[in-house]
Design a protein around this ligand. Structure first.
Ligand code: 5GP
Ligand code: ZN
Length: 136
C-alpha cells in the first residue's frame, strides 16, 4: 500500500524518520510510537501513513490496520483500564492535524485521560427522526 505523506507535517516527518520518535510498531499502513507528552506511562499514538486531518478523509484501507495495531499495543501494555481516543478538529482538542489514535492507559483517577461527559436526556422520537435523516 503506497503511503501518502505531506512535507510540512510533524507526524509525516516522524513516519519518514525525519523527526525522531520512540517507535513501538510499524506496519504497511501504520506507524505507532510513544507520545512525547504522555497522560500516563505507555501513552501511545497510532498514525496511518496517509496525511489527512480528519478520520473521514482517510481511505478505509489505511484505517483497517489502525485498530488491530492499537489493540496489539493495548494488549502489550497489559493494563486493566485504558482509553482509545481520536480527536478531529481544533474544537475537539486536536493539536496535530494528521489523523492519529491515542492509546492511553488509565492507571488511577489522576493519571490518563480525564474527560467531561455532559450528557443530556434524549427524546427517543427525536433520536429516531435524526437517525432517519442521516444519509449512510
Ligand atoms: P491531539 O491533541 O492532536 O489528539 O494529540 C496530539 C498528541 O501528539 C499530543 O498528545 C502530543 O503530546 C503528541 N505530540 C505532538 N508532537 C509530538 C512529537 O513530536 N512527538 C511525539 N512523540 N508526540 C508528539
Ligand atoms: Zn501528516
Amino acid at each position: 500500500m503506497a503511503s501518502k505523506l505531506a512535507a510540512d507535517c510533524i507526524f509525516c516527518k516522524i513516519v519518514k524518520g525525519d523527526i525522531p520518535s520512540v517507535k513501538l510498531l510499524e506496519t504497511a499502513s501504520t506507524f505507532a510510537f510513544l507520545d512525547i507528552g504522555p497522560l500516563s506511562e505507555g501513552h501511545a499514538l497510532v498514525v496511518p501513513k496517509y496525511h489527512a486531518e480528519k478520520m473521514h478523509q482517510v481511505p478505509d484501507s489505511f484505517l483497517a490496520e489502525a485498530m488491530p495495531v492499537a489493540k496489539k499495543i493495548a494488549a502489550a501494555l497489559n493494563v486493566e483500564n485504558y482509553n482509545i481516543l481520536q480527536n478531529n478538529g481544533r474544537l475537539a482538542h486536536q493539536e496535530v492535524p494528521h489523523v492519529h489514535f491515542h492509546v492511553i492507559p488509565k492507571p488511577n483517577a489522576e493519571e490518563g485521560l480525564t474527560i467531561g461527559w455532559p450528557a443530556k436526556k434524549a427524546n427517543v422520537d427525536k433520536l429516531k427522526e435524526f437517525a432517519g435523516e442521516l444519509k449512510l
